[in-house]
Ligand binder design. Structure first.
Ligand code: ADP
Ligand code: MG
Length: 283
């Protein structure tokens, strides 16, 4: 046995070296693949090739998983579970084109507009997932959470670092702009994020408010104008107006609309119930 390898059997050393080289799949599979190759009469280069290909496939999968985790999606949703027929105002061809993630390379934005429960968040999540799978870094947040994060960073004197992190991500998803009115400082900070990302990275925004009402949450007409100017310069608009998918599901599936399991559903229903008649209005 050559000097230097007396410390253990070749298997032990190999395991050690493969761990150091971060090749977990080679370590896990080399013995099994070797037996298969011996059985099939496959030569050494092909054996090595099979093994390395397995490592590459696994590595790609691990990286996608890491990007999904880093994106902090509230749920993992894809277009496989999205019913396009439920929302006829949505341009399916455009959405499927966006799912190819090329808009991220072109640093274009996407704005999904429509009333509550029409699948805006679902579409944003699915576009985010597709981007993770294509190799882009993604970050998901809501407008309220983002503003909160920025205010906190400012108070703790680390605003610059937070802004840089938000600028670096290839696709930033800002969900639910419009549900919570922002403070003037919050609106300024949000504007800065969009401004800093302008032509540097892609942003997806979902909102229940049409553009003309954005002033009501950002307060200043000047700020709203400047923000829309940047956000809509290179933009794909997804029009998502229609019946609430949540409402339709729950009123179709349960005897009483209030037996819906999720609090979220209950809230959506509560908002749509006519206090006079107790009937659900189709909004
Ligand atoms: P919004 O963000 O527009 O309020 P969501 O995306 O949160 O709506 O949709 C509400 C729920 O209904 C989610 O669970 C979502 O997955 C589901 N949903 C909405 N639209 C569709 C659709 N067209 N196909 C399948 N599920 C949908
Ligand atoms: Mg939503």
């Amino acid at each position: 046995m050559p000097r230097g390898t007396t410390g253990g059997t070749p298997q032990v050393l190999l395991a050690h070296h493969l761990k150091q080289l971060k090749l977990p799949t080679v370590l896990r599979e080399y013995d099994k693949v070797a037996r298969e190759c011996a059985r099939d009469g496959v030569d050494h280069p092909r054996y090595l090739l099979r093994l390395i290909e397995l490592e590459l496939i696994d590595r790609e999968r691990r990286m996608v998983e890491r990007r999904i985790k880093a994106a902090r999606f509230p749920a993992v949703k894809s277009f496989d579970t999205f019913d396009f027929t439920a929302i006829p105002t949505l341009n399916k061809m455009l959405v499927l084109e966006l799912a190819r993630s090329e808009f991220i390379l072109r640093r274009e934005n996407v704005i999904a507009l429509g009333n509550s429960g029409t699948g805006k968040t679902h579409v944003a999540l699915a576009l985010g997932l597709a981007a993770c799978q294509k190799g882009f870094t993604v970050s998901f947040t809501t407008a309220a959470a983002l503003v909160h994060q920025l205010m906190e960073a400012r108070d703790e004197r680390r605003l610059l670092k937070t802004q840089r992190d938000l600028q670096a991500v290839k696709l930033l998803i800002v969900d639910e702009l419009g549900y919570v009115p922002l403070s003037p400082t919050g609106a300024e900070l949000l504007f800065e994020v969009f401004s800093q990302r302008y032509e540097r990275g892609s942003t997806i925004v979902t909102s229940n408010l049409p553009f003309e009402d954005w002033t009501s949450i950002l307060h200043s007409e000047r700020l709203t104008g400047a923000l829309l100017d940047r956000l809509t310069h290179h933009v794909h608009i997804l029009t998502m107006n229609g019946d609430s998918y949540r409402l339709r599901q729950s009123s179709g599936n349960s005897r009483s609309p209030f037996s819906a399991e999720k609090g979220e559903q209950n809230q959506a229903i509560a908002e749509a119930v006519d206090p006079e008649t107790g009937e659900i209005s189709a909004t």
